[in-house]
Each structure stands twice: as C-alpha cells, then as structure tokens.
Design a protein around this ligand. Sequence first.
Ligand SMILES: Nc1ncnc2c1ncn2[C@@H]1O[C@H](COP(=O)(O)OP(=O)(O)OP(=O)(O)O)[C@@H](O)[C@H]1O
Ligand SMILES: [Mg+2]
Length: 310
Amino acid sequence: MSVLVCPRCSRKHSVNPEKLPVAKVVFARCKACAHKFPVQAAQLRCIQAEKAATSNCQNSARKICVTLSKGGVGKTTTAVNLSAALALAGFKVLLVDTDTQGQSSYMLGIKPEAGLTELLTGELTAEEAITSARKNLWLLGGGRSLAGVKRIIDKKAFGAECTLSEAMASQDSQFDFIIIDTSPGWDQLTVNVLFYSSEILVPVALEVMPLHGLSEFMKSLHSIQKYRADLTLNYVLPTFMDTRVKHPQHIYAQLRELYGAQICKPIRYDAAFCDAPSYGKTIFEFAPTSRGAEDYRELVRRVSDTKAVA
Ligand SMILES: Nc1ncnc2c1ncn2[C@@H]1O[C@H](COP(=O)(O)OP(=O)(O)OP(=O)(O)O)[C@@H](O)[C@H]1O
Ligand SMILES: [Mg+2]
C-alpha cells in the first residue's frame, strides 16, 4: 500500500497502486474535504516497488547518480574512481553504467558479456547481468545496445520513468553503494536514473561557462523533484581544477557562494586520468600517489561520512 496526501486538507489516504487504472495520471477525490486532485499512478507503483525491495532488509544501498547534461566534465572518471575507492575502503559497491558510450567498463579494463540492456529488456536477471570487476566492486555495464532500450522505454504506455527502479528493486539489499554513471544530455534514461537514485553528485568542470550548464541542469532537476521530493543534490564536485591559472579559482569561488554546503574539495587537473583508462586501470592502480588519487580519496571520505538520505 502507498499513502496519498490530499494537497488541500493534508488528510492521508491508503491506496493500493495495483488497483489504479492503467493511465499516466488518474484523479483522486479526498474523502475528508472532497477535493479532486491528480495522482501519478506510475510514481506510486515505483514507491511500492522500492518499499517491497527494502522491507526485508535492514540496510538499503545509498544510490548516488553522477550526472550533468554537459559532456566531458568528468562524470565517468568520477563514477569509476569513486566506486573503486569505496570498494577499496571495504564497502560493497555496484557501478551502473547508463551511457551508450560504455566507458565505465573500458576504464575498468573489462568486457562484460551482458549488462544493463539485458536487464532492462528482461533477458537476464540483475544477478545474471552484473559482472564482478574488482574485490568489492561489481559492474552493470552500459554500451551501444542501450540506444535500443531507450526506444523501448519511450514507447511504454505508462510507468516509463520507473523502468530502471523496477528492474533494480532486488539489488538494494545487496550493496552498500550503488553509483550510477549517466550520459551527457537529457533523455528517458536520465529521467529513469533520477527516479531511481536518492542522491545526486554533479561534477562541474572549472572551465568555460560551467555555471550556465549547471543552472540548466538544475531546472530539469526541479521538474523531477516535484515527483521525487526525497531526491537531493548532496555533492557539487569541481573538476579539472588548474591551480596555476586564475579563471578556475574564480569559478570555484562562485560555486562556493552558490552551493556552500554541497561543495566538495576540487579534483585537480591530472594527466594520469587521461592515461589510466587505456591501461584499464583506476587512478589508484595506475598512479596511487598522484594528486588525482589523493583528491578522489578525499571525496570518498566526504561521501562515506555523509549520512544516507532517509
Ligand atoms: N581531473 C582530471 N584531469 C585531467 N583529465 C581528466 C580529469 N577528469 C577527467 N579527465 C579526462 O577528461 C576526459 C573526459 O572525462 P570523462 O569521460 O570522465 O567525462 P564525462 O563527463 O563522463 O564525459 P561524457 O559526458 O562524454 O560521458 C577523459 O579523457 C578523462 O580521462
Ligand atoms: Mg561519461
């Protein structure tokens, strides 16, 4: 059962989402004040799927998506190295690659036989689609085949935004962290990731015009938060920090003013990040004493110190 709250009188009503009509939006009438209001049936089904997945377990994974519509800001570098560092710290981590570029597996130097596509099309279960990548680290790989999945999701008559949540429901109790890498741009899969995640980490490259990209993204995010009030932007991570020039420092200062509480210590520019992927190594394997490795260790301290969003 899910709970519906009347927007006029705040009276709570229990409702079974499975009994709602198969339509995107249905209308409910409050038994207390007779107010009629729209209800997203698919959203209620999502909540129910999540509750079912977590009801039998004490621990539920923290689901952090690494996302920003702008390309090349360090999303995949961050998702991979954050996941690797959390795994090295002893947490059980699943990295989910939702990008058609499939860069996460390339950066980890593995070629999974199956991945997110097979899970979302129902060909494989989550357990079958997940590949072991390192000690404590598992990967649900992305790749070109996800383009076809996006078309399938687009054609769904209802509940399209909950496709990922429903497919992943069994995995919450299996991991401490589920880190989700996203593609640049904004599409149905990005919306699915935001309906699935509980926390957001936004990498912001301290280069040209980052604030514009960020404010555009924030507008799109607010439109999702109307349906996912518990989805929070917890981390704004400055990337490509070049301490030799003034421009990045200036942008960093602006970011700190705008997002004081969420701002993380910047990831400095480090050429090792460009070389490590061609060896299929994380920054901790390729250059463990580099400043890049040091910066991601600092990020992990920050992320693992933060309490999970309830
Ligand atoms: N701190 C850094 N210093 C130097 N190079 C970096 C740094 N972070 C990432 N890179 C390099 O910048 C490039 C883009 O990074 P990455 O692929 O992580 O960005 P992305 O946001 O995932 O891109 P896309 O939007 O295309 O998915 C890569 O070649 C990566 O190795
Ligand atoms: Mg990427």
